[in-house]
Structures are given as structure tokens and as C-alpha cells.
Design a binder for this molecule. Structure first.
Ligand code: NAD
Length: 369
């Protein structure tokens, strides 16, 4: 059997296949040029998989997900997915894939790119030097808690229920990941909760503090209420190093933080599971954005969030930190040439589509080679 690392690409719906195609082109270039020991394959998922095989997650895809070292995922959702029959959606979806691989740690680096300062709604002086990571708990909390559902009440009203629930073990494992991450950065971790009104929030705060005191006293820990955090992200984002959040708070805060980078289309993410008996850690990399049905099929989506997700995969899973640094530099240098997709457009820049932006990154890689 080959020792090569296995990377599976899944386009998904909407702009997913468009941004994933550029990402795969970039990886193929790196593999050929640097002779990286990486094997690439495609897998079907979602609406297209249903049309072609009668399953949203065909058996071949399920097997590829289990055996791969890294999954590069585009996006899911939108009209094609919504039109699927309920049994198709129940059968398999992104939340289930994340759950089945136990992907509990979702990393979303937020770095202000100087060339994009004009695309941000924030001022230059607020953006300067911003470099932090949102670490979002991804496998529990409000999006998975039971009971959940919509019920009809005897008085004719309807009632919607979701449950915000965390165990101490779930909190501690993501907090541990966060403290270790902080140790590899500036040794500062800010934990976000709503401990003033939610019991699960109070437990969150107590458990994070207890783990800190027992094992990570060398990391500077602070706690922040989520409403204040939303404001601080816009007011003074430079204060953060590692921002630890639960599932829902991280979902919302990271979209707000996207404005630091200028567009949702710029943000990469990594979702990691626990290290298995074979020493491997399940890993799924995807841009933070969704399927963007409003621009799908037009060739104008920004592929940089997906391409930067590949950089995270190279660094965190594929054992190629040098290639990761190089790719991130190539993205900055492509932007410095003035090319812009519509979402990050600014006066005087050259408007380009998805494919042209992929070309610009490849040219930047070639220039640096
Ligand atoms: P979205 O991220 O798809 O789009 C929000 C806005 O940002 C849109 O105006 C879109 O055009 C723009 N945008 C997003 N990515 C872009 C890119 N790469 N380049 C240029 N512009 C970009 O969020 P939404 O509209 O709230 O959701 C659309 C669908 O995506 C929904 O079905 C939702 O459930 C799904 N979704 C999926 C994921 C995922 O696959 N992980 C994440 C979020 C939303």
C-alpha cells in the first residue's frame, strides 16, 4: 500500500464545486512541482449524488471519507438541496458527516490581509495586526441537543424547541485543544459564554477555568460574555489570540469576524476530530461560506476561502507546513497584483472571476518557485 496521504475533494452544491475546482488545481500544481506524497480523488455528495446514485452520501463516498487523511469540502445547501425528498436529506448531510467523524474542534483563523483593507467595513487602524483563531465546538450544543422539534399545542399554537446542552467532558476536550493551540501562538485564550443567564454557560465557564488552573496556568485566560464579544470583535479585534466558543456562538461570531477579512469568501476553516488508535485525526477542511445560491453557476465566486482551507490542510494534516506558508504568501501576493472577485472589489482593482483568481494564485506560486 502506498504511503501517500489521501485527499478527498467534495464540491457539494451551489458555488461549492466552483471553488473546489480551483482548490484542486492548486493542490495538483503543488503535488507536481514539489513531488508531494499526496493522492487526490473526487467524491460525490448531496443533490448531484442523489441524482446520479439515489443516495446523498453514496457508499463509495462514505468509504472515502473514512479512509482519507483530509477532506476538502465546498459547500452544501440551496435550492437543489432543498428540493431533495426528506428521506434523501435524512440519509446523509454535512452535519451528519461532521458528527460521524466526531469533528469537535472547528478552527477559523481570522487574519487581516493588508491588500484587502479597503474591502473591509472596518477602519485600517482597527484592522492592523489582527491575527486570531476562533475555536468553535462543533459536535454538541444547541445544534444537536435533545429534545428538539416543532409540536402542536392543544390551544392551537405551535411550539419550537431546541436544547442547549454541554457535558463537562465535551467542554474540557475543546478547551484542552484551545489551550494547546494558544501555547503554539501568543498564549492567550478568551473563552466566550453566556454564563450570566444560561446554566450550560455557567458550566462552560467553570470547566474552562478548572482545566486552566489544573494544567494550563501558563496560558493567560479571560472570559467574555458573547454579547460583549460581538462588540469587541468590531471595536478592537487585535486583542484576541484564541477565541474559544460553543457551537452556536462560534457560528455567529465568525460571520461577524469575516468582515475583518473583507468577505465571507475569504475565510478558511478546519474541523478536527480526536486522534484515533492508528494515530490519525479525522479532518475536514472547508471555506466558512455556504453555497451562495445567489451567485452560483456564474463563475464569480471568490475561491480564496477554499484555497486557504487547503493551506490549513497542508499545515495541520498533510505534514507540509512549508507548502502551507508558501500558498498563503501566494494568496497575498495574488491580491497585491490588484485582482479582485466581486465580493472584495475596490476602486481601481481588476475584476476577475473564480477561474481567473485561481490562475492568479497559480501565477504567484510560479513566480515564487
Ligand atoms: P452564504 O455563505 O452561502 O452566502 C452569504 C452571502 O455571501 C451571499 O450574498 C453570497 O453571495 C456571499 N458569498 C458567500 N460566499 C461567497 C464567495 N465565496 N464569493 C463571493 N460571495 C460569497 O450563506 P447563506 O446565503 O446564508 O446560505 C446559503 C445556503 O448555504 C443555505 O442553504 C445554507 O444552509 C448553506 N450554508 C452551508 C454552509 C456549509 O456548507 N458549510 C455554511 C453556511 C450556509
Amino acid at each position: 500500500m502506498s504511503n501517500a496521504k489521501q485527499v478527498v475533494f467534495i464540491g457539494g452544491e451551489g458555488i461549492g464545486p466552483e471553488v473546489i475546482a480551483e482548490t484542486q488545481r492548486v493542490l495538483r500544481w503543488l503535488v507536481a512541482e514539489r513531488r508531494l506524497g499526496i493522492e487526490i480523488r473526487d467524491a460525490l455528495y448531496g443533490a448531484e449524488a442523489w441524482r446520479r446514485t439515489g443516495k446523498t452520501v453514496p457508499d463509495e463516498t462514505a468509504a472515502a471519507l473514512r479512509s482519507s487523511d483530509a477532506i476538502l469540502f465546498g459547500a452544501t445547501g440551496g435550492p437543489d438541496y432543498d428540493a431533495l425528498p426528506p428521506e434523501a436529506k435524512r440519509q446523509g448531510n454535512l452535519l451528519r458527516i461532521r458528527k460521524s467523524l466526531d469533528l469537535f474542534a472547528n478552527l477559523r483563523p481570522i487574519v487581516a490581509i493588508p491588500a484587502l483593507a479597503e474591502a473591509s467595513s472596518l477602519r485600517n487602524r482597527v484592522l492592523e495586526g489582527v491575527d486570531f483563531v476562533i475555536l468553535r465546538e462543533l459536535s454538541s450544543g444547541l445544534y444537536f441537543g435533545e429534545p428538539r422539534g416543532i409540536e402542536s399545542l392543544p390551544n392551537g399554537e405551535r411550539r419550537g424547541v431546541n436544547t442547549h446542552v454541554y457535558t463537562s467532558g465535551e467542554i474540557r476536550r475543546v478547551a484542552r485543544f484551545g489551550f494547546e493551540l494558544a501555547r503554539s501562538r501568543r498564549r492567550r485564550l478568551c473563552s466566550v459564554d453566556k454564563a450570566n443567564v444560561m446554566e450550560a454557560g455557567r458550566l462552560w465557564r467553570e470547566e474552562v477555568q478548572a482545566l486552566h488552573d489544573a494544567e494550563f496556568a501558563d496560558v493567560e485566560l479571560s472570559h467574555m460574555l458573547v454579547d460583549n464579544c460581538a462588540m469587541q470583535l468590531i471595536r478592537a479585534p487585535r486583542q484576541f489570540d484564541v477565541l474559544l466558543t460553543d457551537n452556536m456562538f462560534g457560528d455567529i461570531l465568525s460571520d461577524a469576524a469575516a468582515m475583518i477579512t473583507g468577505s465571507l469568501g475569504m475565510l478558511p476553516s478546519a474541523s478536527l476530530g480526536p486522534v484515533g488508535a492508528d494515530g490519525r485525526r479525522p479532518a475536514l477542511y472547508e471555506p466558512v461560506h455556504g453555497s451562495a445560491p445567489d451567485i452560483a453557476g456564474q463563475g464569480i465566486a471568490n475561491p480564496l476561502g477554499a484555497i486557504l482551507s487547503l493551506a490549513l490542510a497542508l499545515r495541520l494534516t498533510l505534514g507540509e507546513p512549508g507548502a502551507a506558508d508558501r500558498l498563503e504568501r501566494a494568496v497575498s501576493s495574488a491580491l497585491a497584483t490588484g485582482v479582485r472577485t466581486r465580493d472584495i472589489m475596490q476602486e481601481g482593482a481588476t475584476p476577475v472571476g473564480t477561474r481567473d483568481m485561481g490562475d492568479a494564485v497559480l501565477r504567484a506560486l510560479e513566480r515564487a518557485a
